[in-house]
Ligand binder design. Structure first.
Ligand code: PGA
Length: 255
């Protein structure tokens, strides 16, 4: 059975003190929801990880980094290794977010290395895929997403792939207030599951959690999560308010 997941992506927001407050608030609200069947994750800036993991109940909230280095260790000034992330008690890492791909030039080759480092350190990976608007308008969105999956992940064994969560985030919907329709999300999620099944078989595909991201909020989460292949959400803006985030968790718990 695949997991239902609601993951927050705080991006570059919140000072350490603000982050601690937000994490505590999220922990308290989510605990009250009895959302035990939903895996709740918060993706914080690196600097917050060690402290935030201490502030939340690991049975209620798991913690994710938003990136990790391609290399194991050494002279890479300013980089943060997967081993360092794991040593904070964080269990997840978000990789391949479209902002990393477009602003920091993360290619498929780079992501293959990052995924390998994450898995070597027993981190679960939330791997983001998604097309830009021009690609959707040119009806290339399926090809784009398939190529991101094939080139970023399909070097993995089936066993390794069981530690991957996929997040479909159409780039035109991220931070724009323009959500994919429920039908567009379901269509792409079913396609992703089919592509995974072709490579790893139906059982692995059925056990893979596929999250939707892109202006998912307290108002539209319910409709998105009602879809068979939408296993949860990767939430940006709405994860910065504990109240909105907990409404989204409740929406996921309901279906
Ligand atoms: P958004 O961001 O919810 O603010 O659109 C989602 C994401 O980038 O993960």
């Amino acid at each position: 059975m695949r997991k239902k997941i609601v993951a927050g992506n705080w991006k570059m927001n919140k000072t350490l003190q603000e982050g601690i407050e937000l994490a505590k608030e999220v922990n308290a609200k989510v605990k009250g929801l009895n959302a035990s069947q939903v895996k709740v994750i918060i993706g914080t800036p690196f600097i917050h990880l060690a402290e935030v993991t201490k502030q939340v109940d690991p049975a209620v909230v798991s913690v994710a980094a938003q990136n990790c280095a391609t290399e194991v260790s050494g002279a890479f000034t300013g980089e943060i290794s997967a081993a360092m992330v794991a040593s904070t008690g964080s269990q997840y890492v978000i990789l391949g977010h479209s902002e990393r791909r477009s602003y920091y030039g993360e290619t498929d080759e780079i992501l293959v290395k990052k995924v390998a480092r994450a898995l070597e350190n027993k981190l679960e990976v939330i791997f983001c895929v998604g097309e830009v608007l021009a690609e959707r308008e040119a009806e290339k969105h399926f090809d784009v997403v398939k190529s991101q999956l094939v080139n970023g992940l399909f070097n993995l064994s089936a066993d390794e792939f069981s530690h991957i969560v996929i997040a479909y985030e159409p780039v035109w919907a991220i931070g724009t207030g323009k959500t994919a329709t429920s039908a567009q999300a379901q269509e792409m999620h079913a396609f992703i599951r089919k592509v995974v099944a072709e490579k790893y078989g139906k059982e692995v595909a059925d056990n893979t959690s596929i999250l939707y991201g892109g202006s998912c909020n307290a108002k539209n989460a319910d409709e998105l999560f009602a879809n068979e292949d939408v296993d949860g959400g990767l939430i940006g803006g709405a994860s910065l308010k504990a109240e909105d985030f907990s409404i989204i968790v409740a929406a996921r718990a309901k279906h």
